[in-house]
Each structure stands twice: as C-alpha cells, then as structure tokens.
Design a protein around this ligand. Structure first.
Ligand code: GDP
Ligand code: MG
Length: 180
C-alpha cells in the first residue's frame, strides 16, 4: 500500500510495512519500542496489535508508516495472505542468540515473495544484540547472507533501544527513495 493523500497542507505517503520472523524473536517489542517507547520483559503473543501507524519525516515529507504485527500466528505457520497484501516494506527479524531463527530466513523470504511484490523493500534485522554472551549468529555471517539475498541489514535491541528507530527509518527511507 503506497498511497498519497492530500490533507490540504502536506502530501502524505502511507507505507504498509510488515514484521515477519519466527516466534519470540522480538517483533512485537521492536514495534512497542518504536511506537510507544515501551518494552515488555516477559511478553506473550497477546501484546501484538494489528497495526500501528507512526508518522515520520523524511526529506521534509510527511510519511505514515503503517506497521503490521502478527498476533502470534507465526507459531503455527499460519500468517495469512491478508497480512502481506499491499506491503511495500518488511522487517525480517531473527534473534542473534538463537541460530534456529536465523535458519528460518529462507522460509520467510519465500512466504514474502509468494504473498507480495518481488520488490518489497526488506531489511534483515538481527534483534537482541544486547545478548552478547549468548550470541549464536555473527554480524559478519548475517551481513553476507543479507548481501547474497539482496536485503538491507541491521542489528537491534528492543531491550536497550539500540538501532530500533534506525531499523524502521531504513525501510521507510528506502521505500521513499524508490517511489520518489
Ligand atoms: P515476537 O513473538 O517476535 O513478537 O517476540 P516478542 O516481542 O513477544 O518478544 C519475545 C521475548 O523476547 C519477550 O520475552 C521479550 O521481552 C524478549 N525480547 C524482545 N526483544 C528483546 C531484545 O532486544 N533483547 C532481549 N534481551 N530480549 C528481548
Ligand atoms: Mg509478537
């Protein structure tokens, strides 16, 4: 969904962005941190909202990022096509301390490509970078996979806020760059 609406003052863009990735990698907390500066130490899938709209300013243009979060259905591999429909951006999240969530990237990319445009801007997000002592995926390896797959890449921590804004900005700026 990339529409321009005229509210009489500025031109606004509305970008639909989806959060995808295995269960418990921190998708809902990344959104909570970004949209409300909140964090839930023991969150269950119930904190997921359908989507959250966040206003951002890129190049002096008002941009509304409509960020979709799952309600935990990824646990059952049951993310529906309605979730992906119209998405122009995606944050594909894994947990740097759980290698298995990194191994799932290919499956998520397939899902994304089946259900949406081939050219949906995708950022690979290695979350929980605060868990240095239990890291199972190096930055270098993730970077090289991202390059191979044509993805942008960033590491974040929803816990200590590192790079959270930067991750969302990265996807929005790139979509904007393509459209303008
Ligand atoms: P989701 O299933 O992908 O939406 O994951 P959640 O956002 O529900 O997070 C799953 C668990 O990981 C929760 O207990 C969070 O508190 C925790 N968590 C999320 N982000 C981080 C992070 O950046 N660092 C750490 N240490 N824990 C996190
Ligand atoms: Mg969630």
């Amino acid at each position: 969904m990339a529409t321009r609406e005229d509210d009489g003052q500025t031109e606004d863009y509305l970008f639909k962005i989806v959060l995808i990735g295995d269960s418990a990698v921190g998708k809902s907390n990344l959104l909570a941190r970004f949209a409300r500066d909140e964090f839930y130490p023991n969150s269950k899938s119930t904190i997921g909202v359908e989507f959250q709209t966040q206003k951002m300013d890129i190049d002096g243009k008002g941009i509304k990022a409509q960020i979709w979060d799952t309600a935990g259905q990824e646990r059952f591999r049951a993310v529906t096509s309605a979730y992906y429909r119209g998405a122009v951006g995606a944050l594909l999240v894994y947990d740097i301390s759980r290698r298995q969530t990194f191994e799932s990237i290919g499956r998520w990319l397939n899902e994304l490509h089946i259900h949406s445009d081939m050219n949906v801007v995708t950022v690979l997000v290695g979350n929980k970078m605060d868990l240095k002592d239990t890291r199972e995926v190096t930055t270098a390896e993730a970077k090289s996979v991202a390059e191979e797959q044509g993805l942008f890449f960033i590491e974040t921590s929803a816990l200590d806020s590192s790079n959270v804004v930067a991750a969302f900005k990265m996807v929005v700026e790139e979509i904007y760059r393509i459209l303008s």
